[in-house]
Design a protein around this ligand. Structure first.
Ligand code: SAH
Length: 279
């Protein structure tokens, strides 16, 4: 009876850790968010109860208190519970609050760190967050103040740090953030790269500058990288020939996996829909 706070990575199912796959494979209950990838839920046993706790921007979602209570309840019932969270559970994911609630209730928990979008999403867009000669640090900041910060972020100070700035949840506030970074001393010509749905088959990258960041068309969820490294374009993922395509695989389930793997390597999203069974 343990509750595992598991990082699911930013979207590419291959970015789940081996440890994450291990605990999912023996879960009785999986509690997941909107951004979770369906194929990861398939790693749980068929009998496992799958509970969505929403988190749609401005849409219906379960309150954090209710999520905490649910984890405590399922944990106390002696079940193996996986709380699947996008990216890393302790990076802007309220995993700390869930761990605190479990600790307070005396429910054993473990944390399985995940690959955070702050690093992996830029990587899939060909942007290293540090690079010799260009950047010796990276600062990960939320663009969405509430409920993360008791005090407002000192963006002018962030500008003065001088390294790479990675903004999560910053699509709506990107124009205001850019202005304050310029006020803090950054050159308006500083490269800025925004990546939507990074590591997924629908990844899309917009390359701009701090001056134009507020005006260019970007939709959430996106990771925004600001700094000299954002001008690098070591592209590889978006060059995959089938990126953005959806392919239905009609082979028998037993025969489909090789095809599915190959399609994924080529960038496609595959949908298994067996048209035959082998008996
Ligand atoms: N715990 C997560 C972050 C949660 S905050 C992590 O470690 O990655 C949610 C924000 O993360 C989104 O608003 C967006 O800024 C970023 N994000 C998460 N997944 C993303 C993806 N696939 N592509 C781009 N940005 C993503």
């Amino acid at each position: 009876m343990t509750v595992y706070l598991v990082g699911a990575g930013p979207g590419d199912p291959g970015l789940l850790t081996v440890r994450g796959a291990e605990v999912l494979a023996r879960a009785d209950v999986v509690v997941y968010d909107r951004l979770s990838v369906a194929s990861l839920l398939d790693l749980a046993p068929p009998h496992a109860e799958r509970i969505s706790v929403g988190k749609t921007p401005r849409g219906p979602s379960t309150s954090q208190d209710d999520i905490n209570a649910l984890l405590v309840e399922k944990g106390k019932a002696g079940l193996e519970v996986v709380r699947l969270k996008g990216g890393d559970p302790f990076v802007f994911a309220r995993g700390g609050e869930e761990a605190q609630a479990l600790a307070d209730a005396g429910v054993p928990f473990e944390v399985v760190p995940g690959v955070t979008s702050a690093v992996a999403v830029p990587a899939y867009a060909g942007v290293p967050v540090t690079h010799r000669g260009l950047s010796t640090s990276f600062t990960v900041v939320t663009g969405h103040e509430d409920p993360w910060a008791a005090t407002e972020t000192d963006w002018e100070a962030v500008a003065r740090v001088g390294g790479t700035i990675v903004v999560l949840m910053g699509v709506a506030t990107r124009g205001a953030i850019a202005k304050r970074l310029v006020a803090g001393g950054l050159d308006p010509a500083t490269p800025a790269t925004a990546v939507r749905w990074g590591t997924r088959p629908d990844q899309a990258t917009v390359r701009t500058t701090l001056a134009d960041l507020g005006a260019v068309d970007i939709e959430a969820p996106a990771t925004i990288v600001i700094g000299a490294v954002a001008g690098l374009d070591l592209r590889w993922f978006e060059d995959r020939p089938l990126l953005g395509r959806r392919v239905v695989v009609t082979r028998a389930r037993e025969q489909a996996s090789e095809r599915v793997t190959r399609l994924r390597q080529l960038g496609a999203e595959s949908i298994a829909l067996p048209a035959i069974t082998i008996a």
